[in-house]
Design a protein around this ligand. Structure first.
Ligand SMILES: [Zn+2]
Ligand SMILES: [Zn+2]
Length: 250
């Protein structure tokens, strides 16, 4: 915790001396440049903001990129992954770089850049603030990974969204069983993610989740196996509707 505070203070000190720079091209940003339409400092210059490849036509339930005019993928026609999936950026080039920086280099600025794309998409998908979820659930990482990294990337995204949308974040409701990192597994191994990967705090979970509309928040949505298992865990505790908000879609 102390190390985190020192790192943040050092970053702020560097900002004061060098000034803010774009997370993608590293060129200096002026105050009016970084004000994106939502008023969030996304640390991106206007040019790089347009260079990020967007997931413009995707399945409404799993965010899989689809040909124009198709709204639902074949898999979700029979078993929808979630009620509504939002994943505004394609996990390639700039999008993949931003997630990599967030995950492995404590990319707080990259988290804000990704959250700004998420916010724009959320505003498009939910007609009013009344339609927003009651609760955001960041996908937990294994305890050992959390200890080693000192932070959980999806939680950083969820906290930024919380401030902008005024939706509560439940970051200690679900725990993840220790196991091999998803990155080290093949696609078929990921698809067989154990049903007991996540566990809920049984004493409080039912009262918090009962009849609630929740959104799972993640940095990258790949096979959907993690979301499917977490969704079932949340539904077993009473959640009435489960959406997923992921910064990027692989
Ligand atoms: Zn730039
Ligand atoms: Zn789908």
């Amino acid at each position: 915790m102390l190390i985190n505070t020192i790192r943040r203070a050092a970053r702020l000190a560097i900002d004061c001396v060098v000034g803010d720079v774009c997370v993608l091209c590293q060129l200096p940003l002026t105050a009016h440049q970084w004000r994106d339409p939502l008023g969030l400092n996304d640390h991106m210059c206007p040019y790089c903001r347009t260079a990020v490849a967007l997931n413009t036509n995707a399945c409404g339930h799993c965010a899989l990129p689809l040909p124009i005019a198709q709204k639902t993928c074949g898999r979700c026609l029979y078993t929808p992954l979630t009620h509504l999936a939002v994943a505004p950026v394609l996990h390639q080039h700039c999008g993949a770089y931003l997630v990599h920086q967030l995950k492995f280099h404590r990319g707080e600025r990259e988290a804000l850049a990704l959250a700004s794309f998420l916010l724009t998409a959320i505003n498009q998908h939910y007609p009013s603030s009344a339609a927003l979820p009651d609760l955001l659930i960041p996908v937990p990482i294994a305890p050992w990974t959390q200890l080693r990294r000192g932070y959980n990337p999806p939680e950083w995204l969820a906290r930024t969204l919380q401030k902008q949308l005024d939706v509560a974040v439940a970051d200690d409701l679900v725990t993840r069983k220790s196991g091999p990192s998803q990155r080290t597994l093949s696609r078929s191994q990921r698809m067989r993610l154990a049903k007991n990967t996540f566990s809920l705090k049984h004493k409080i979970a039912p009262s918090i989740l009962s009849s609630r509309h929740v959104a799972i928040v993640d940095d990258v949505l790949t096979t959907g196996a993690t979301v499917a298992v977490l969704k079932r865990t949340l539904q077993r505790a009473g959640a009435s509707r489960v959406d997923v908000w992921s910064a990027t879609r692989a």
